[in-house]
Write a protein that binds this ligand. Structure first.
Ligand code: BTN
Length: 288
């Protein structure tokens, strides 16, 4: 290279690459992330983590990528994952828990970890929306996708996928999403270093995963509800496989389902669904 000539770096190096040595140094002695599988590009970290899980990957292994070419969201949606802009990772978890408990528990655990971490860097409270989206000012900043690997009715492992919009700009998103999403950079107007955010996230994930494994789901539910005020007392509409359920959000069940009371005051526990509308509760909202 000629002196003074600017060297073009690959895009993943342009910002702050999440190189495994740097991450390991910053993490110290920790279970989740002690084994780190780093890719500059991958189709989906969830897909790769599942493959590594099937090959015997340990509890706490983390797959981390600079870019995903086929990042997955819930309900077969795509997760926008441009290179070096976000945090895209999947943690392999092997809790000694039943299939019924583990998936919902990991969703709540990961949601809390994301919301607590982002509140530090956004310097304002984040809001969790059931089942596990992370919102600020009505726009989504992060999401969680938990997938379970089950053999003969027994849980082998969980893959807990987390995507955070850190340095995404509006133009990174397809037009139909632009009014519904945000990133830390869009919020502050400045690019944010990803390494400290990643480190805080993995520490928070380990902390809440330990709380669940040692003390069960109730302290997790209690914390989750603090971060999701709309899940108690709002009017909600939830799209489920059995149609739309409307009514008053009434908190979480002991296994992490959302309680909704309809206008006949029948209580439904929703374990799978998408919150499609939420507004302050009035009896009129019920009738609309
Ligand atoms: C959602 O809100 O719909 C869930 C989004 C989850 C996205 C993350 S990014 C890392 C991991 N790998 C994937 O393919 N998806 C998850």
């Amino acid at each position: 290279m000629v002196a003074g000539e600017r060297q073009e770096r690959p895009p993943e190096m342009a910002a702050d690459p999440l190189l495994p040595q740097r991450v390991a140094c910053a993490l110290g002695d920790i279970r989740i992330g002690a084994s780190l599988h780093y890719q500059t590009s991958v189709d989906s970290t969830n897909r790769l983590a599942r493959e590594l899980g099937r090959r015997g990957g340990k509890d706490g292994l983390v797959v981390l990528a600079e870019e995903q070419t086929a990042g997955r969201g819930r309900r077969e949606r795509r997760w926008v994952s441009p290179s070096a802009k976000g945090i895209y990772l999947s943690a392999l978890l092997r809790p000694a828990a039943s299939v019924a408990e583990a998936g919902p528990a990991a969703q709540l655990v990961a949601g809390i970890a994301v919301a607590e971490t982002l509140a530090i860097y956004a310097d304002r409270p984040m809001m969790l929306r059931w089942p596990n989206d992370c919102y600020l000012g009505g726009r989504k900043m992060a999401g969680v996708l938990v997938e379970s690997e089950i053999t003969g009715g027994t849980l082998d492992f969980l893959v807990c996928g987390i995507g955070i919009n850190v340095n995404h700009e509006e133009s990174d998103f397809p037009a139909d999403l632009r009014t519904r999403v945000t990133s830390l950079c869009m919020l502050s107007g400045n690019p944010q270093p990803r390494l400290p955010i990643l480190v805080s996230l993995l520490k928070a994930l380990e902390y809440w995963d330990d709380v669940w494994r040692k003390h069960g789901l109730s302290p997790v539910i209690e914390r989750w509800l603090e971060l999701s005020p709309e899940s108690r007392g709002s009017y909600v509409e939830i799209q489920t496989d059995r149609g739309v359920i409307r009514g008053l959000a009434a908190g979480l069940s002991p296994t992490g389902g959302l309680y909704v009371e309809d206008e006949r005051e029948d209580r439904h526990e929703i374990t799978l669904g998408e919150l499609v509308r939420v507004s302050p509760y009035t009896s009129e909202a019920q009738r609309r």
